[in-house]
Design a protein around this ligand. Structure first.
Ligand SMILES: Nc1ncnc2c1ncn2[C@@H]1O[C@H](COP(=O)(O)OP(=O)(O)O)[C@@H](O)[C@H]1O
Ligand SMILES: [Mg+2]
Length: 340
């Protein structure tokens, strides 16, 4: 049978040209009036000034790293005044997923867009405070004093972050004692909410950097928040434990804070060159759907370098892709949950 390929069947198309070229061009009846002279279609492009007809669709948004078309996020409009703030916790009980990095850099990018930002270091490891160049042993007051001592006021604890438009409530290891001491307090889950209340009217955004656990400090952060951002490292085991985190968020929402919502799930340390990275991203979108931010933070050493320098990446390496990624996240967060 193989030898028959050059036989009559192949000749039917080969000799006569394509099937399309044998069909005479016609004009749809809707474009003609009764009595019109029979139209002559001249398809020579040189004889017409009309744009050549193409079959291309109107330009669609490009497919982003999450496998979905990425919309354009506009620059947030300028504000005429500040407050009330949206309170957002960075939460994941796994360590090293980018909570602190996201708190600093999302905060700095929002401040660049004119939002007044307060960062709350709510991890006894104090990485956020150190990441902004503070010495953990040289703090007069920390979040611990604010939580546990009724005569310490918020303005005594807030320090400038060193970056315009962004302040910090610092922490150090003292905060680990609060987790134990709070157990005996009345309304122990609402303590952070109570002490943050005077700050709400002064800021546009308050970002809380949670510790890597789902203990009482994290429950306090969720109770004080309007939204949660869940940073997830784009590697296989990242999805383990996420169900427990979701249950915790749901319980706080049901029992302590009905306004709490998930503002978004953020893929961090993404490496789009590996099949593995792309597969994890696909599974993230399958599990969380539209809650996954279109913005994805790629893996780059610039983040560790900027932590060592005690600066946000938006100032340490202002033109880097990492800085731009956090600026895009700031625009996406603004569009999704600040200005909406
Ligand atoms: N996108 C990234 N690419 C490379 N390294 C990163 C990235 N994000 C964070 N890191 C680094 O990973 C480490 C853990 O990040 P961190 O933000 O401290 O996580 P967490 O607060 O969840 O424990 C830090 O050394 C940080 O500099
Ligand atoms: Mg951290």
């Amino acid at each position: 049978m193989a030898q028959d390929l050059g036989g009559p069947a192949a000749g039917a198309f080969g000799a006569g040209g394509s099937v399309a070229s044998q069909v005479p061009p016609t004009i749809p009846a809707i474009l003609t009036q009764p009595g019109d002279p029979a139209p002559v279609l001249d398809l020579d492009p040189a004889k017409t000034d009309r744009a050549p007809v193409t079959t291309a669709e109107p330009e669609a948004p490009a497919i982003g790293p999450t496998g979905r078309p990425t919309p354009e996020f506009p620059v947030p409009p300028p504000l005429t005044g500040h407050g009330p703030a949206r309170v957002i916790s960075m939460c994941n009980q796994k360590g090293g997923v980018g909570k602190t990095t996201t708190t600093i850099n999302l905060g700095a990018a929002l401040a660049e867009y004119g939002r007044k930002v307060l960062l709350v270091d709510f991890d006894p490891q104090g990485s956020l405070s150190v990441g902004l160049g503070l010495n953990p042993h040289e703090m007069d007051f920390t979040v611990y004093n604010l939580l546990m001592e009724r005569d310490v006021a918020l303005e005594e604890v807030v320090v400038p972050s060193g970056f315009p438009g962004m302040d910090l409530l610092p922490s150090n290891i003292d905060l680990s004692a609060a987790e134990v001491q709070l157990v005996h307090e009345v309304a122990r889950e609402q303590t952070l909410q109570r002490v943050l209340a005077p700050a709400i009217e002064h800021y546009d955004v308050i970002l809380i950097d949670c510790q890597p656990s789902l203990g009482l400090l994290t429950v306090n952060a969720l109770t004080a928040s309007d939204g949660v951002i869940v940073p997830l490292e784009c590697e296989y085991f990242a999805l383990r434990g996420v169900a427990l985190l979701k249950t915790t968020i749901d319980k706080v929402q049901e029992r302590l804070n009905p306004r709490l919502v998930v503002d978004g799930v953020l893929g961090t340390m993404f490496d789009g060159r590996t099949l593995h990275g792309r597969e994890v991203m696909q599974r993230l979108v399958e599990a969380w759907g539209d809650q996954v931010f279109h913005t994805v933070i790629r893996r780059t050493v610039k983040f560790s370098d900027s932590t060592v320098a005690g600066e946000p990446i938006t100032s340490y390496a202002s033109g880097s892709t990492g800085a731009d990624a956090y600026r895009q996240l700031a625009r996406e967060v603004a569009a999704r949950c600040l200005d909406a």
